[in-house]
Write a new protein. Structure first.
Length: 51
């Protein structure tokens, strides 16, 4: 079972892609919540778009 699934919708191309990871990603961090991880991911996507 995947430990992380990211669904990415490209509005311009009307396409949906999925990225899966099976490694333990965030289980070690007792402070971060799922919301913290989602915000970090969205910020990284914004940074990539601004390059």
């Amino acid at each position: 079972m995947p430990t992380e699934i990211k669904l990415i919708y490209n509005l311009n191309k009307n396409s949906l892609t999925a990225e899966y990871k099976y490694d333990l990603i965030y289980s070690i961090d007792s402070i971060k919540t799922a919301d913290d991880i989602a915000v970090e991911w969205f910020e990284s996507i914004k940074m990539e778009k601004n390059k």
